[in-house]
Design a protein around this ligand. Sequence first.
Ligand SMILES: [Zn+2]
Length: 412
Amino acid sequence: MAGKALGVLLFALMQVIGVLSFAECPEGSLDEVLVCREGPDCKAPDCRCPSVEAPAKINNIDDVPQFVILSFDDAVTKENYKYYEDLMKLNNHNGCPISMTFFVSHAYTNYSLVHELYRKGQEIAVHSVSHYSDVEDYWRPASYETWVSEIKSMKEILARHASMAPEAIKGFRAPFLEVGGDKMFRALQDLGFEYDCSWSTLHYTNWCGTKPRGAMWPYTLDYPSIQDCQIGRCPEGKYPGLWVAPMVDLQDNRGEPCSMLDTCQSYEDELEEYETAVFSLLKRNFEMNYNNNKAPFGLYSHYSWLLADNSTSRPRRKGYKLFLEWVVQKEDVIVVSMEKVIEWMKNPVPVSKILDCPDTFRSRCLDPLDCTYKNPVPSFLDIDEIIMNTCRRPCPENFPWLENIDGAKPNK
Ligand SMILES: [Zn+2]
């Protein structure tokens, strides 16, 4: 305990005297490197330059909404759905329920529950079909065709098996945040996606370095990006109208960056032991953002970080919820899905004018089916049996997969 107290004290001291300034964090402002200029060649709603400032239309910082984006990656299952359902009970200050973004991968996903999330106004986005774990041999060298196949097939599987309108699926996150350079961005643009949310930034945060540049707002790729490339390969080309929602790194309790909550660490085990430690990690990061440029504040995680009935994750679940209960009380805070943030970026209005609640639908996934498959994808998944719950009757003959969304042929 004394060690922990000392660790916390040391951290606070280092912050005060500025020792925690990262060597990697550049000096100098964004303006010095920017090629994109707002004006006739780049203006809302279709174009926005990379910027650490709120859209110019909102000139008083008090009118700028502080968006908080919660996202969860990978499969939607019966187990994690209960937790999401609990979070959905929270309301924003404007009286609307909060909405979140789910980057869904295929294996183990329960599509009738995906439909439930969608119907209740949550955003469903793509995270790949295979989610193959071999980053070095699969994702890093992935061709344009591989990206198209992974992204397009997942969108089609969601539309078909979760009974969703395809046009509701707008966003993408690369597995392992392994950004796939121009090939991936070209695939997203050709497939009509609206935004990517895979690209982390350390240089454009409200905390990195002695003079932080400020957290980056979402922008379009009408001009080559100047965002720092932390994971994978970043695009060099232009993709007019395609939005980048930068994953602004958080600062963990050791002063290190973390793009997703799962990788935020502390000197000791306090994040696994005390809900108050989790709460203060989130609150500290939120305040660094809220008291600076109010850029959208993302809390990105995997459900596994909050896993049910596991003693180390209980404090996380509680601390995360405590933070949300605290933050939704603020008048200018809106916890909302990424698609709504992008929508707002195109047509910004003062926070007091944001009255729309998440879109909900009357649609139903009638009589969902559990479909069982033995040895579903021999070359990809080392799984003997998989059960897929679908809204679409009858069960596909084979497990739906890349280029095989209706499961019409066996997977190799
Ligand atoms: Zn993932």
